[in-house]
Ligand binder design. Sequence first.
Ligand SMILES: [Zn+2]
Length: 182
Amino acid sequence: MLAPARATSAGHHITDDVDETRAARFQLIYTSTSTRTGETTEHEYPVRLEYAACHFGGVRPWFRCPACSERVGKLYLPPRRERFACRDCYDIGYTLSRRSGDPVKEAELRYRRAFAKADADDRRAHPNTEPYLPERPPGRPFDHHAELLEDVHDAHAEYHDALQEHLRSLDELLEKRAPQSV
Ligand SMILES: [Zn+2]
């Protein structure tokens, strides 16, 4: 079961104020218990907050994902995981239909999956957070790890291509809309 961060009222408090009324971050404080060993771990780390004006007045608060820094509306703590992160970091809820139509996002998710597969700690780095490499878990043969790194590298190149393609199409759109010079 997924637990949105706002449901964990176990303990968070405001640590910083921007304009006296809005917090710039809050501190998540909770205890997790391993289902395997019964061992408990204390967690405490800040989550950055941002505010965006709404169309019809007021402001909407957003989280910055503690793992990838993306601006998101919700954070999740999947079973057997220790830290809150966004849905992309945990690859949650994306169906094929939802993915299709956004090649950049698809490439990003492929990269994140390849990264997590190679990384000792299952981290799902965003392709823009470089230089940053997956760490080899102890016990994994070097040549196997090299293959996984190769996958990460390929996925990164694909992400870069998808991004370039996207920027090209934006350029074309802008050119079409630009007023004709006389
Ligand atoms: Zn994230």
